[in-house]
Write a protein that binds this ligand. Structure first.
Ligand code: H79
Length: 425
């Protein structure tokens, strides 16, 4: 695995996108899975499904004509683009990627290419993506689309619907030509400048077919980034597997994606939400390896973001208000995870994310012999005493009140070149 990561490092540095800097500094993104599956909420014909709500059409092998009926009752009257974007803002989110079309094949935007879209097939008849593009832009949040370019379970020639359509009769090229590429053009034309286009699960796409999507993107929105999920070794930044953080720091731009509960798309009976504390640890863990966390929420069919997603995102935002300096625009720390937590860095500073306060109040930072000018808690700037011994740093946390926030961040200000990453430390 390490070999692969090194290769990524080199290739990404060789052809780094000129607009990659905002992404590298962003650290915290919001992923939104929203579609007809949100209306089904994990239940079809009285049977409850678990796992991934957006997969229900596939799991229950729902025929296309019955799935279309779901659109007939899709009316997200509670959807409020400004509320969603403001929640993202309050949570300290810097970019948002939302499903314009997931594998189900339904277009959550105004598309001339098909009548299986939110304008033609639902009573809602408004384009939520237009509103969201405007609401995020207003708040300085980068906006992007998820587009399922290969899987489209609604189309006879789209990927992976084997219950309605005969796989051997499929003409994928026709689907790309008639739906996927024209829709991509719509998304690249009608919503202003995008930060990211997020393709997923390329399946059996050829290099040429994949390149055709990227060519559209580069011509119509040259500033937009796309993730490595497009396949074929392409990508302006690297995405790991779902809920995966690399074991060691990775240079170059990359992202880890996580669900908030157990599903991407809304499932009414899934209450397994990560607390704010867990989100903060996840965020600092990913940052300690040099990457971004894109955390997903799954709004329901009425357009409500789940109560616990709102609650815990806001709490995360409160923490970031005070501790954001240790996350945004930071780079990886130079030691692996310690019994007490992880580290991130900036020029002249090492941030110690103390998840678990040592019982003896003495925090060991191995392999740190640089001259140190100051050690203090980030939130209250309270100076802490420290000693250096045998090439290591030991910080005394005694002076900090017990009630200090759950994820305490300590700052070490030092002189000279930072030590190289030390896997053995
Ligand atoms: O959009 C989310 C997923 O729907 C999509 N990628 C993330 C970002 C994705 N597409 N394919 N996969 C993930 C992998 C497929 C997993 C599956 Fe399953 C295992 C499909 C069927 C069995 C998970 C569990 C979904 C349904 C049951």
């Amino acid at each position: 695995q390490q070999g692969m990561e090194e290769m990524w490092d080199k290739s990404s540095m060789a052809k780094e996108h000129p607009n990659i800097q905002w992404f590298k500094e962003a650290k915290f993104g919001l992923f939104i899975h929203w579609g007809l599956y949100s209306q089904l909420a994990g239940t079809w014909d009285g049977k409850h499904y678990y796992g991934s709500g957006e997969w229900i059409m596939h799991q229950a092998k729902i025929p296309v004509n019955r799935y279309r009926e779901v659109a007939g009752s899709f009316n997200p009257v509670n959807f409020n683009a400004d509320e969603w974007a403001q929640l993202a803002k309050d949570a300290g989110i810097k970019y948002m990627v939302i499903t314009a079309k997931h594998h189900e094949g339904f277009s959550m935007f105004d598309s001339r290419v098909t009548d299986f879209d939110i304008m033609d097939a639902t009573p809602y008849k408004k384009d939520p993506m237009k509103a969201l593009a405007a609401a995020t832009r207003k708040r300085g949040i980068q906006f992007g689309f998820y587009y399922s370019q290969f899987q489209d379970w609604y189309e006879p020639n789209g990927g992976r619907n084997t219950w309605d359509f005969d796989e051997s009769k499929k003409d994928y090229q026709q689907y790309y030509r008639q739906k996927a590429i024209p829709q991509l053009k719509e998304l690249l034309t009608n919503y202003g400048p995008l930060g990211i286009v997020w393709f997923d699960t390329p399946g059996g796409m050829t290099k040429e077919q994949t390149q055709a999507f990227i060519d559209e993107l580069r011509v119509l929105q040259p500033q937009s980034l796309f993730s490595s999920r497009v396949g074929q070794g392409l990508g302006d930044y690297k995405d790991f597997g779902d809920s995966e953080v690399p074991p060691v720091p990775i240079k170059g731009a990359w992202e880890s994606i996580y669900t908030h509960n157990d599903s991407w798309g809304y499932i009414a009976h899934d209450m397994n939400f990560k607390s704010a504390h867990e989100i903060i640890r996840l965020l600092s863990n990913v940052a300690s390896k040099g990457g971004n966390l894109m955390l997903n929420v799954g709004p329901d069919g009425k357009g409500n973001i789940p109560y616990y997603s709102i609650k815990y995102l806001k709490e995360t935002g409160v923490w970031l208000q005070k501790n954001g300096e240790s996350i945004y625009a930071s780079t990886a720390g130079w030691i692996p995870a310690q019994p007490w937590g992880v580290t991130t860095s900036k020029p002249g500073k090492l941030f110690l994310h103390v998840w678990d306060r040592p019982e003896n109040e003495l925090l060991l930072v191995p392999g740190f012999s640089n001259a140190i000018t100051k050690v203090y808690a980030l939130t209250d700037k309270k100076p802490l005493s420290f000693q250096q011994r045998d090439g290591d740093l030991i910080v005394n946390m005694n002076a900090l009140p017990e009630t200090h926030t759950p994820d305490k961040v300590l700052v070490v200000e030092y002189k000279g070149t930072p030590p190289a990453y030390n896997a053995a430390a």
